[in-house]
Design a protein around this ligand. Structure first.
Ligand code: URA
Length: 434
């Protein structure tokens, strides 16, 4: 088999066979296929698309290209939750212990933040002592003992995807539904969970800019999950506004604790209840209405918060911080952002707000950079809120005072104002029950 012929076949709009796709993925993993041929095929896929069968074959070949987690030692049904990435997205911190409090087994591998989006692993590491690297045995034991464990993704999970993603990033081929769906699902399948709940984001801070595109991506991933024998469902949710009020690692943990303590019952709370309810539905087949009631109860009766504390203790974290969030390390610099004009905020560009947090030190622009766990932003006003000129609209936290002016300018540039109160779009736009 020759890579040249595979590229030509896809360039001319034909369907690749399973053998051809396996040959391609195998050659990416062993590095036998040069980057220029991989990139040429990626562009041909970007332009001509793939059939469902090709997408499934690509996903499975990438899932099998490295280590596959063995969750066979876990008693009970394991459910994974995956978000396609957003600004202020701390849902895993809330939903993982919440679902575990409902009896769902949550064996979750999460990523670090890159670019304008944050990562769960960085957030958890803002809790002193919290270990996100465990051996496979420790991971399984923690899930069996506590019901939930969240660790960093193994370095050898779907290495073929890692290779392809790095090339997509520099060849303008990221935003292809077959390539995004296979990339995400290859890692989900290799992670070994029997059920998968996807939170597909749409809007300014997301890969999929419109709800329609996000729905097509969600549908594609649900199809792949089902073909691989995993019960899979998806929600399409709005990322035209950061999630909640905190952006940045320890600030997001503190906000997650407010939700778990029942002190904040806004849209973020409702999204987390909906996500946990869907995880329970996948695991138990109980009706969704009943799952929603059970999820809300697990917050109000404190059992979800207790699970978060148990998980933190089991993973070596200092539980005292959860009980008294004033013990989290604070940034030395605090800067109040004031509105330049009066009016309603009618749009917030989440990507720019995420970048403003990165400038303050909360994220990384390239892999391997360190993050400042205490840096970030607390939003005081969001889309739909009225603000007077000069009123405080956000607070910036940083240990690098020279970053403040640039971060403030990017933040202000993210906001659009109107004279009339704008309609507030729903946070949960659609769902695919799977
Ligand atoms: N996340 C992934 O893991 N892969 C993509 O292609 C896009 C988002």
């Amino acid at each position: 088999m020759r890579m040249y012929d595979i590229i030509a076949k896809k360039r001319d709009g034909f369907e690749l066979s399973t053998e051809e796709i396996n040959f391609f993925v195998g050659g990416c993993t062993t590095e036998e296929i040069p980057d220029y041929q991989i990139s040429a095929l990626l562009m041909a896929i970007y332009l001509n698309g793939m059939t469902d069968r090709e997408i499934y074959d690509l996903t499975l070949a990438m899932a099998k290209s490295g280590q596959q987690a063995d969750l066979g030692g876990i008693d009970g049904v394991t459910v994974d939750k995956h978000s396609t990435g957003g600004v202020g997205d701390k849902t895993t911190l809330i939903v993982a212990p919440l679902a575990a409090a409902l009896g769902v087994r949550v064996a979750k591998m999460s990523g670090r933040g890159l670019g304008h989006t944050g990562g769960t692993v960085d957030k958890l590491e803002s809790i002193d002592g919290f270990k996100t690297t465990l051996s496979p045995d420790e991971f399984v034991r923690c899930v069996n003992d506590v019901g939930v464990c969240v660790i960093g993704q193994s370095g050898n999970l779907a290495p073929a995807d890692k290779k392809l993603y790095a090339l997509r990033d520099v060849t303008a081929t990221v935003s292809s539904i077959p390539l995004i769906a296979s990339s995400i699902m290859s890692k989900k399948i290799a992670s070994g969970n029997s059920c998968i709940l996807l939170d597909v984001k749409t809007g300014s801070g997301a890969f999929m800019k419109t709800p329609d595109e996000a729905y097509v991506l969600a549908e594609q991933m649900v199809k792949i999950g089902a073909a691989a024998g995993r019960k899979t469902a998806a929600l399409v949710t709005n990322m035209n506004i950061p999630l909640g009020y905190a952006v940045g690692n320890s600030l997001e943990v503190i906000e997650a604790l407010r939700i778990l303590k029942g002190e904040q019952t806004d849209e973020l709370y409702h999204l987390c209840v909906e996500l946990a309810a869907n995880m329970l539905r996948l695991a138990s087949e109980k009706p969704i209405e009943e799952c929603r009631v059970l999820a809300a109860n697990a917050i109000s009766d404190g059992s979800a918060l207790r699970k978060f504390e148990e998980m933190t203790a089991a993973q070596g974290g200092d539980v005292r911080l959860l009980k008294n969030t004033r013990l989290f390390k604070r940034a030395s610099g605090v800067h109040s952002v004031r509105s330049k004009k009066s009016g309603f905020i009618c749009h917030m560009d989440s990507e720019k707000i995420g970048m403003s947090a990165v400038i303050l030190g909360a994220g990384r622009t390239k892999k391997g950079d360190s993050v400042d766990h205490s840096a970030g932003i607390v939003l005081r006003k969001k889309t739909g809120d009225y603000t007077e000129q000069g009123e405080e609209i956000a607070v910036l936290y940083t240990n690098n005072p020279s970053s403040t002016l640039q971060a403030e300018s990017v933040y202000l540039d993210a906001l659009t104002y109107s004279n009339d109160k704008p309609d507030k779009p729903p946070l949960i736009i659609s769902s695919i029950m799977g």
